[in-house]
Ligand binder design. Sequence first.
Ligand code: GRG
Length: 295
Amino acid sequence: MTFEDYCESRIAQLNAYIDSSLKKTSDSVSQRFGPLIEAMRYTLDGGGKRLRPLLTIASAESLGIESERILPAACAIEFIHTYSLIHDDLPALDDDDIRRGKPSSHKHFGEAVALLAGDALLTEAFHQVLALQEKGFNPSQVLGVIQLLSTHAGVGGMVGGQLLDVTVNVPNCTLPELEFIHIHKTGALIVASVLIPTKLLPLEEEKIQRVRRYGEAIGLAFQISDDLLDSKAEIRYSRGPRKKPKPSYLRMMDPKEVREKLETLTETAKHSIQMCGGNTGPLTQIADYIRMRKK
Ligand code: GRG
């Protein structure tokens, strides 16, 4: 199977699972809550790359867990990511009008519904993690996933990173400070995506650390490739209340150095994951995809 076929088949599995989960939620609550589910679906269906759930599925398969059994966790990570995008687009934060190629949630539904759609996605993510029990995982394994996700998405992870991103004094921001922000804001959820399966089976600590190192390297690489994708990154301004340039690698390093850093991180990630054994092909190819991505 080519890498493209692999991604297509796993994303199709995930999308079918998300669709049926939203229908199940819709059937289990009052029809009056329909507008909330519509708003959740609007951004979920908006053409995201599904990178994080793909990482969860590929990591699971490399450790011997079938893709079908990990879908609730893959869905949970996409829910958390999508909530963060909806909230990030709000006027109080980045004030972005477009997300995933269409009007952002608050532009389409208004700020109140967008805020609540994000809240609902975050909360329903934990409902999804509970559904891992229907796939044969036991409560203590499920608790491990809850602990991982809440740590990486919360104060010491993505939300904390977002706080620093919106409050940083960009002209005085140093490279270590920038990296600290990215490791938390963007990297933490990517690390969680690959680590979820390690909570669902007994594994040696050394193997877990290799998976973690892979996640940390591609997490940072993803943010660097995001900066590189925008050739005008050094003059990217937040429209939100801070109305100031966004912190970016291209403000602090020359483009050649930035590309070299991206290469090094990709090699570190590939080396770490290949040391794990098992079918690490898709994870290796995802690292290369991040290095070369065009969107
Ligand atoms: C609001 C709590 C809170 C957190 C927001 C991740 C984030 C934190 C904000 C997004 C801002 C941003 C554009 C960061 C750059 C890297 C990034 C996360 C890009 C979006 O992820 P993709 O490219 O998006 O994977 P798709 O739509 O493909 O899923």
